[in-house]
Write a protein that binds this ligand. Structure first.
Ligand code: 13P
Ligand code: SF4
Length: 335
């Protein structure tokens, strides 16, 4: 049981846990963050909990996490942890995937509103209709889909393993790819397979436009240009990117590259980790507006309350989970 001490102190920390986004401004973190970090460390022990944080989460959350990574690495971690509780600081489809991969655990998300605009661009009924129009096709879903959508699919992939998953699909099969048009275009170009593309997109990546990238590259010709495959400008800039990588791929790449300056085309939460890991290098966001409002709904305050109240639990209907795990497990077997 949690000690009453936490709830008493927590009143001083931040109201009822439904406060506004706690992002630090002007490089200064809110004054109560030090106290929050201490309390989170104690609660984690008491709850036998682990904190998983996606690379886009605010820096303060990344700094208290047991694992920071991309959607594939976080899914792998969630699958094998022996903690009783997983606090998933990411978006809902990621927490759902963790809950399906480790059904005996309590999976929490600090803010239930942390959804994904891209995942919401396709629903299960639309997948059923698309399949009916292509009876010989197989459906490959990006992990950025709800469990209900995954339950309609044959294969699943993330931005880091899409090519490998496609190579595992028999060559005579046409592929229906949902929901991200740009990741799908990239995979189609890379694999030269017959792939039909759903026209979904991520709004945070859509604001990254070629004009700004061109200007940055002109200003810093020595900079390496890294792009996430969800970028809307990818169709025009694909050949110009030095690397097209998942978020974890980018974090790993900048560590080992001899380059000193990088232009980063993805959600800007990732800059925290890059700068922390490589203080001697310079990271320029391809757009200052590339910010995921869903990811940012999770804050350090809400993470604290999540541990105090064991809220908000993410579960998946067992009948849906049984079917959704088929494409997920096919992917996990390859990686
Ligand atoms: P990654 O798997 O590359 O971290 O991407 C997840 C995501 O939601 C990107 O917008
Ligand atoms: Fe979804 Fe885009 Fe946010 Fe990633 S950045 S979680 S794809 S809305």
């Amino acid at each position: 049981m949690i000690s009453t001490q936490h709830t008493a102190h927590s009143a001083q920390i931040s109201g009822n846990g439904h406060g506004t986004n706690g992002h630090a401004t002007n490089g200064h973190e809110p004054p109560h963050y030090g106290l929050l970090r201490e309390k989170i460390a104690v609660l984690k022990q008491e709850r036998n909990a682990v904190i998983l944080a996606h690379n886009y989460q605010e820096g303060a959350i990344q700094d208290v996490a047991d694992c920071v990574g991309d959607s594939l690495n976080l899914a792998k971690y969630a699958r094998t942890t022996d903690a009783d509780t997983i606090v998933f600081c990411g978006v809902h489809f990621m927490a759902e995937t963790a809950a399906m991969l480790n059904p005996a655990k309590t999976v929490l998300i600090p803010d239930l509103g942390a959804g994904c605009a891209l995942a919401d661009m396709v629903i299960a009924e639309q997948v059923r209709q698309w399949k009916a129009a292509h009876p010989d096709g197989v459906v490959l879903c990006y992990i950025n889909t709800s469990a209900a959508v995954k339950a309609e699919c044959d294969y699943c992939c993330t931005s880091s393993n899409g090519v490998r998953v496609i190579e595992s699909i028999p060559e005579d099969k046409e592929i229906l790819f949902i929901p991200d048009y740009y990741l799908g275009s990239y995979l189609k170009a890379k694999t030269k397979r017959a792939i039909h593309l759903w026209k979904g997109y991520c709004p945070a990546h859509a604001v990254i436009i070629p004009e700004k990238i061109d200007a940055l590259r002109e200003q810093c010709p020595e900079a390496e240009f890294l792009m996430h495959p969800e970028c809307g400008c990818l169709t025009k800039q694909m050949d110009l990117a030095d690397q097209i990588l998942s978020t974890e791929g980018m974090v790993t790449y900048v560590r080992s590259s001899p380059a000193k300056t990088f232009i980063i085309a993805t959600e800007n939460g990732i800059l925290h980790r890059m700068r922390k890991d490589n203080p001697e290098k310079t990271f320029l966001p391809a757009s200052e507006h590339a910010s995921c409002h869903y990811m940012q709904r999770n804050t350090l305050d809400k993470l604290f309350w999540s541990l105090v109240r064991l809220q908000h639990r993410v579960t998946v209907d067992p009948a849906i989970a049984k079917r959704a795990l088929i494409p997920i497990e096919r992917m996990m077997a390859l990686t």
